[in-house]
Design a protein around this ligand. Structure first.
Ligand code: URA
Length: 193
């Protein structure tokens, strides 16, 4: 499967009930050769309307967080645990996450990322371990197949509770150091998106 075919098939997905209320499937954004994959929770209202992940207020904060460690959307890949907006921004149901997982698995197979960053509890519980405790375990590295994986507080949580930002800054710096250690081209001065 290549990116073009995967995207085309994903945009036509009707595997769960979220297809009935969505405006757009939010496939993902970034470099198709990224070494670092960020995984959020699910599209919100703006993402649903625009078809791109993290374009609302939380997305602006995510861009600022990336900038702090010399990253931007063209150097990484950003996707979500579910590709369609859960109504009223409720948590995605386990069955919706299960129905959607194979799209992200296929994206991961194409990317073969060295590092995965879960944004928030929902993503960390799905991709790190079901009993993941974000308040205790954010910033810690775990092994996940060929990749190393960690979780940051979700940018929306940082908007609600700015007191968590200093810890997140430490986690971001640890991420930057890990990228320098294990990635080959993420910080190249010339790169293609
Ligand atoms: N929150 C998420 O988890 N993902 C998005 O794409 C937007 C907001």
């Amino acid at each position: 499967m290549d990116w073009t075919t995967l995207r085309k098939e994903c945009l036509a997905c009707t595997a769960c009930g979220l297809c009935e209320t969505r405006h757009n499937v939010v496939f993902g954004v970034g470099s198709e050769t990224a070494e670092v994959l960020f995984i959020g929770e699910g599209p919100g209202e703006q993402e649903d309307l625009q078809g791109e992940p993290f374009v609302g207020r939380a997305g602006k904060l995510l861009d600022d967080m990336l900038k702090m460690i010399d990253l931007d959307r063209s150097r990484i890949y950003i996707a979500n645990t579910v590709k369609c907006r859960p109504p009223k921004n409720r948590d995605p149901l386990p069955e919706e996450q299960a129905a959607c997982l194979h799209w992200l698995t296929a994206q991961r197979e194409l990317l073969r990322p060295k590092l995965i960053v879960c944004l928030g509890r929902i993503s960390a519980m799905r991709f790190i371990k079901p009993d993941f405790r974000i308040t205790k375990e954010h910033g810690q590295w775990f092994r996940n197949g060929d990749a190393e994986i960690m979780a940051l507080y979700h940018p929306a949580a940082l908007l609600r509770d700015p007191g968590k930002r200093p810890e997140t800054f430490v986690d971001l710096k640890a991420l930057q150091a890990k990228i320098r250690e294990v990635c080959e081209h993420t910080y190249d001065s010339v790169h293609s998106a």
